[in-house]
Design a protein around this ligand. Sequence first.
Ligand SMILES: CC(C)(COP(=O)(O)OP(=O)(O)OC[C@H]1O[C@@H](n2cnc3c(N)ncnc32)[C@H](O)[C@@H]1OP(=O)(O)O)[C@@H](O)C(=O)NCCC(=O)NCCS
Length: 163
Amino acid sequence: MIKNGIKIEFAQFADAAEIGILSKNEIEYGLGWKYRPERIVRLIRNSSKNVVVARSDSALVGFGIMSYQETQANLDLLAVKPGFRRMKVGTDLVQWLEKVALNAGVFNVFVQVRERNADAIAFYKHLDYCLVDRDKRYYRGVEAGVLMAKSLRGMLNFHSEPG
Ligand SMILES: CC(C)(COP(=O)(O)OP(=O)(O)OC[C@H]1O[C@@H](n2cnc3c(N)ncnc32)[C@H](O)[C@@H]1OP(=O)(O)O)[C@@H](O)C(=O)NCCC(=O)NCCS
């Protein structure tokens, strides 16, 4: 998918190092580094996950990782490089992953966000995610998290036949 010069596509193994660094700096800061490049490679190989990247020309400017289960999906990680924010890159990544989920028959998507990450909470609210729960020790026992969820049913297009 190409929109406004930004292309969304499946990640390659060669993207793993950059994805890992983005995760460390933009998502996992202060928590230790779990999503190292070798783990990202395993996720790219895992058929129940989708690892996607946003590119501007050939440069990686963002990524998202979604896990799919039978009836629900979880948005595990999402980040856009600071210089490319507020340009709808995050929106394009999430909508791409949501469409895949919907095509797979998944109707509910969940995402966990640090409670202090007001920017991300505002972003997910903008995409119609609702706050559903709070866990004061969600982030490796040290930080409160909120659980947000969205029903994808509203994305379904119903075409009624005349007569
Ligand atoms: C959260 C994040 C992915 C958003 O990506 P983005 O590409 O900048 O988001 P978009 O441009 O698609 O934003 C769409 C809308 O969401 C809302 N939004 C996005 N960032 C926002 C912010 N910092 N403050 C308030 N609202 C925000 C706005 O309504 C925005 O529309 P607008 O720009 O027309 O006002 C990005 O800020 C990021 O990578 N943050 C660090 C990592 C992170 O927190 N990840 C999420 C938790 S895993």
